[in-house]
Design a binder for this molecule. Structure first.
Ligand code: HEC
Ligand code: HEC
Length: 495
């Protein structure tokens, strides 16, 4: 080969190499570059809980502009006006995103979901008031089934195409040439992912509706994570408050007798039936459920969440409390309730109260099996994560009652709208009521539950006769005289 030819080839190789590097850098920059979220989110742990990433954006995220235009493009698949807020997702005034959605750049801007979509409470003291959002409280208004259905219907609509979506996106922003290319490439993939997600949830359509504030945690684990064959169980469960979990740690509880799985002593039993044997295990399993992966970020974020959720306290009851009544109510609480619900004393708070004793609806309990627990343990172990095991129990946990005023509707299935109703014998508890309104019921403790709609916003009719929705059991305090009940309710407001 003569020298000139050789030089030409060398130049060509060099040019190709440079081009390759440029393309490589562009691809990395536009598709994989992981940009930390802004400090206003990550430095305040409450904001971090509401808006921060849990690490699911890369695998389970939606491109931001698609997420943004879907409610504008397909309002007919939402229950009413207001975009995502119409599904009862908590939305603080002045925030760009509703709580529970994290916006993060991984190459391009994506939206993932975090814990707050189910674990943040929206409340108001009266109708004409801006909702306040409390991190780590129960998401009693959030219609997660409705959200999944919304995404599935959008993806199944013939207008879910790159052309139609880009035409909508053009109305709100100007995407660069490269970003348009990325969106063209991403749309069919997002469509497929959302349709697959819809198929994965098809089993929920055959069972009683979750309604706002609930999902089917054990069946989601069984059918979606473990791919176990569909069975006929119902486990619709209220989103629990997850604040101040140190209270249960301080109680130092374990449940070691009569369990088929060995549970280490001084284990903190979590989940409403105590099926998870440590606080860290619940967090890990929940984060994996949101699409998080076993990464260095995950290994930093989990301990940070643990520390924060241990100590974070619910806000004080926002309306006046009658101190004298509350003082009398404290005495009632001590004799009737403290044995199971007060922390830091020798009592049963944080332990599994046998189903025979509490006698509430047992469907949630029966939906979880030893086989499912073993499957979940094997699955998590296969991801290279070490955590204490899930087990099978025979009852429900008695939790601490701080922030009772934000915990309604009550019991594991959310079948009793107010504390006053819970203090009535089951036959006198409401057979049906409405869920999803966020104005607090000062009279009865809980949220207003007798209105079918307010200003065009329709609420969910909860029927206690449906499977898994039973409102029986927990007879504690039902025999008290009316004034003692009043006093007790007043005291519970102070917790
Ligand atoms: C899709 C809704 C949803 C999401 C998202 C979610 N959770 Fe939960 N969480 C639930 C439900 C429902 C339960 C109750 C499970 C049961 O039946 O025992 C629960 C239970 C818990 C518990 C146990 C509470 C107790 O009293 O024992 C903790 C702690 C918890 N979640 C933390 C988290 C964290 C942290 C995240 C985010 C990484 C998260 N969850 C994401 C719905 C959700
Ligand atoms: C023997 C133990 C025990 C006693 C005594 C007891 N409870 Fe409970 N409590 C439980 C258990 C177990 C649950 C959970 C049952 C379920 O969700 O199905 C529960 C649930 C609750 C809840 C619902 C919590 C939530 O977040 O949904 C409230 C409120 C409550 N109890 C109040 C009281 C009051 C008030 C008293 C006293 C009058 C009392 N309990 C006495 C065991 C007890």
């Amino acid at each position: 080969m003569d020298a000139r030819k050789k030089r030409k080839i060398l130049i060509a190789v060099a040019v190709l190499a440079v081009l390759g590097v440029i393309v490589g850098i562009t691809v990395w920059y536009k598709i994989f570059r992981d940009v930390p979220q802004p400090e206003w989110i990550t430095k305040n742990q409450s904001d971090n809980f509401l808006y921060g990433s849990i690490g699911g954006e890369a695998d389970a995220g939606i491109p931001y502009w698609i997420w943004l235009v879907l409610p504008r493009m397909f309002p007919e698949y939402l229950p009413g006006p207001g975009g995502y807020a119409s599904l009862g997702i908590s939305w603080e005034q002045g925030r760009e995103m509703p709580a529970g959605f994290s916006k993060k750049t991984i190459g391009f801007v994506r939206v993932g979901e975090n814990c707050a979509i189910c674990h943040s409470t929206s409340y108001r003291t009266k109708e004409d008031e801006v909702p306040k959002v409390v991190a780590a409280g129960p998401g009693h208004t959030a219609d997660i089934q409705g959200l999944i259905l919304f995404f599935t219907r959008c993806a199944g609509d013939p207008r879910f195409t790159a052309d139609d979506l880009l035409a909508q996106i053009d109305l709100v922003t100007k995407l660069s040439f490269v970003d348009r290319l990325i969106y063209r490439f991403a749309v069919p993939q997002v469509k497929k992912a959302l349709l697959d997600q819809g198929k994965g949830f098809a089993w929920t359509a055959r069972l009683p509706q979750w309604g706002p504030g609930r999902d089917a945690p054990m069946n989601l684990t069984k059918f979606n994570l473990l791919q176990m064959p569909a069975d006929d169980t119902v486990d619709n469960t209220d989103f629990p408050a997850i604040w101040h979990l140190a209270a249960r740690e301080q109680a130092g509880r374990t449940w070691s007798d009569k369990t088929p799985n060995p549970i280490p002593a001084h284990t903190m039993l979590m989940n409403l039936d105590g099926a998870t044997t440590s606080f860290r295990s619940v967090l890990i399993d929940s984060a994996l459920g949101l699409g998080a992966k076993n990464t260095p970020f995950f290994n930093r974020r989990i301990p940070q969440l643990l520390d924060w959720l241990r100590e974070f306290r619910p806000p004080a009851y926002p309306l006046p409390v009658d101190a004298q009544k509350a003082a009398r109510g404290k005495a009632v609480f001590e004799t009737e309730c403290a044995a199971c619900h007060a922390s830091q004393r020798d009592n049963r708070m944080g332990t599994v109260i046998p189903i025979a004793e509490v006698d509430t609806d047992r469907a949630r309990l029966d939906a979880w099996t030893k086989a499912a627990a073993d499957g979940a343990n094997a699955k998590v172990a296969s991801l290279g994560i070490t955590r204490t095991p899930m087990v099978k129990t025979e009852g429900y946990i008695a939790v601490q009652l701080d922030g009772t005023w934000l915990r309604g509707p009550y019991l594991h299935n959310g079948s009793v709208p107010t504390v006053r109703d819970l203090l009535e014998p089951p036959a006198r508890r409401p057979q049906t009521f409405y869920r999803g309104y966020d104005v607090i019921d000062a009279q009865n403790l809980g949220f207003i539950s007798n209105l079918a709609q307010v200003k065009g916003r329709k609420f969910f009719l909860y029927d206690t006769r449906q499977r898994g929705n039973g409102n029986g059991g927990h007879l504690f305090g039902t025999q008290l005289a009316a004034p003692a009940k009043d006093d007790l309710i007043e005291y519970l407001k102070t917790l």
